[in-house]
Design a protein around this ligand. Structure first.
Ligand code: SF4
Ligand code: SF4
Length: 191
């Protein structure tokens, strides 16, 4: 439930009443009180709930598809990451929080995969540059933001923690295809 956008008129020249200062303070208090009592009535009666902020964590909002949460790796049906360990996201990341160890898939010629793929979430700023740089739609920003930890070590996410099945990322992937004018995902063949 996104909030309303209200255009506030700001005049360059103030009128006589406005220049008196106190009447405008009273007017401001009236506006604040009106909102307070309207929201209180909504809280008691359960109506007009759109007037409230989100009662987190009991209530959650459905973030828009453009929302940038924690970066995750797209997991194919066979359980493997879509990533081909090209390193472009690692290069694009402004905080150097991605670390990839590439390997070759046996019997697949030059096909590569990430033996290790770590992201230090304590340094990630959810900028999305990794997602933009990726030619394979293999790393995307999810809706996950609840990633607090008690120490820095727990903020180091390895490949297993980063993998998310592709169907769960459908909305973000479709949003990205719209953004970048792509009709479908790049083809990835895995043995
Ligand atoms: S979202 Fe930005 S900071 Fe985080 S891993 Fe991707 S490129 Fe790096
Ligand atoms: S840019 Fe994409 S394919 Fe390349 S290493 Fe990063 S996630 Fe993998």
């Amino acid at each position: 439930m996104p909030g309303k956008v209200i255009q506030v008129e700001r005049r360059a020249k103030l009128g006589f009443i406005e220049r008196l200062y106190v009447p405008m303070i009273v007017k401001g208090l009236v506006v604040t009180s009106r909102h307070f009592f309207r929201n209180l009535r909504g809280f008691v009666t359960g109506k007009n709930r759109t007037d409230f902020v989100v009662q987190y964590p009991e209530e959650r909002i459905d973030y828009p598809d453009a929302f940038r949460g924690m970066p995750v790796l797209v997991q194919l049906e066979n359980g493997q990451p879509r990533c081909v360990a090209c390193g472009l996201c690692e290069f694009a990341c402004p905080t150097d929080c991605i670390s990839i160890v590439p390997g070759e898939i046996e019997g697949a010629g030059i096909e590569r995969y990430p033996v290790a793929f770590d992201i230090d979430m304590s340094r990630c700023m959810f900028c999305g540059l990794c997602e933009e740089a990726c030619p394979e739609e293999a790393i995307v920003l999810s809706r996950e933001v609840e990633i607090a930890g008690y120490d820095r070590g727990s903020m180091l996410y390895d490949k297993e923690r980063l993998l998310v099945p592709e169907p769960l990322l459908k909305r973000r992937l479709e949003f990205l295809r719209g953004e970048y004018d792509r009709e479908h995902a790049p083809a990835v063949e895995r043995g």
